[in-house]
Design a protein around this ligand. Structure first.
Ligand SMILES: *Cc1c(COP(=O)(O)O)cnc(C)c1O
Length: 380
């Protein structure tokens, strides 16, 4: 018997109700049935993003949706500032390069958040910059930035703000309209209780003014103008992954029934408990500005990262993520997203204790779970 416990920062555990919903007999997608489904999902997504802006649904992962946004918001004459403090930030700069969009690629030390003042300096110095792309929660380093403050900077200097909210939407406090985020992007398989395959983007009026003047967009499938035209009729330009959209309605209903702010609190409690447990187990948290949707722990000296992750997987069914690039072998990442709660997190911390102990790490076994318990008790 092996129970699969996904603590990977995407894909994350999907509720049975959502899986069952997607297994039911279905209709064609050019039908009233699908249009109604699409309309309701669009409304729900606006509630998740806390926005009155248009929300688009794409078949494709988060990267596809981000590519469409970067290309759509940067017609000839544009220049983009990308903030690169991890794998995902770097990816957005690479997309700009590939499409020939002039880009200023600002590097941030991995595990640190960008200072909003640094972004402001770029915008003051370089009037040619027309848009800024930031990662709200940089999953590769488990680091969150102050998107609200970055929003203020971009508004003050009248630049478009594109935000990768792939591991923040539905997990961290995120207020698209209040914070002035022009394009917010997320994907189905992180905090939104679905398998991979859909991407979502909210688009402000300011962003539409730019996208509308950019009809070619060097892109056919990911053309935001085409997506908007179809969405106005609760439709998609091409065949959507309509079973995922069907699952989406149930998933978002669950999240909205819980209450968006309660979901944020659930995630924050799991993150706090994990950080507190780490301290009690003599394990360091990697990030200097930790995101609540995923925690990266430094692998303690003397412990083999691959043995640690393999034991968690083989013995307990706990799937984790390792580090990427220069962090490979150095960190292990635990997601707090998806259909999981405090009890799941306690179990995961307990398994981590067993495993660290068996691999020779010195600490007081039980201290991690006790520290986590304290956090959960204080928060209920
Ligand atoms: C997962 C992730 C992505 C990539 O999304 P895909 O759905 O894998 O294309 C981008 N940014 C962040 C922050 C992510 O966590």
């Amino acid at each position: 018997m092996k129970k699969i416990r996904l603590f990977t920062p995407g894909p994350c555990t999907v509720p049975e109700e959502v899986l069952i919903e997607m297994a039911r007999p279905f209709e064609h997608h050019r039908t009233a049935w699908f249009k109604e489904l699409f309309a309701e999902c669009t409304t729900q997504l606006k509630q998740i993003f806390l926005t009155a802006n248009d929300v688009l649904i794409f078949t494709g992962s988060g990267t596809a949706t981000a590519e469409g946004a970067i290309v759509g918001c940067n017609p000839t004459g544009s220049k983009i500032l990308t903030i690169e403090g991890g794998k995902f930030g770097e990816r957005w700069g690479k997309i700009a390069d590939q499409f020939g969009i002039p880009a200023v690629r600002h590097k941030v030390e991995w595990g640190h958040a960008v200072e909003p003042g640094v972004i402001e300096d770029y915008l003051k110095k370089d009037p040619a910059i027309t848009s800024v792309m930031v990662v709200h929660s940089e999953t590769s380093t488990a680091t969150a930035c102050d998107l609200e403050a970055i929003g203020r900077v971009c508004r003050a200097h009248d630049r478009l703000l594109l935000a990768d909210c792939i591991t923040s939407a539905g997990a961290l406090p995120l207020r698209i309209d209040d914070w002035g985020v022009d394009v917010a992007i997320t994907g189905s398989q992180k905090a939104l209780l679905l398998p991979p395959g859909l991407g979502f983007a909210s688009v402000s009026e300011r962003a539409w003014k730019v996208i509308e003047q950019n009809p070619q967009q060097s892109s056919f499938y990911l053309n935001y103008n085409q997506a908007r035209k179809a969405a106005e009729k609760n439709d998609t330009p091409y065949t959507p992954a309509h079973l995922l959209v069907r699952g989406l309605r149930v998933a978002l209903r669950m999240l909205l029934d819980e209450g968006l702010e309660n979901a944020w609190k659930r995630v924050a409690a799991m993150a706090n408990a994990t950080r507190s447990a780490a301290q009690a187990m003599n394990v360091e948290v990697f990030s200097k500005s930790p995101s609540d949707s995923v925690t990266a722990l430094n692998v303690p000296a003397g412990v083999d990262e691959s043995k640690l992750r393999k034991a968690l997987r083989d013995k307990y069914g706990i799937h984790t993520a390792g580090g990427q690039d220069h962090l490979s072998g150095k960190i292990v990442r635990f997601s707090h997203m998806g259909f999981i709660d405090s009890v799941d997190m306690l179990g995961c911390i307990g398994a981590l204790e067993h495993t660290l102990f068996s691999l020779g790490h010195g600490f007081d076994v039980g201290a991690g779970v006790a520290a986590a318990q304290k956090v959960f008790v204080e928060r209920t």
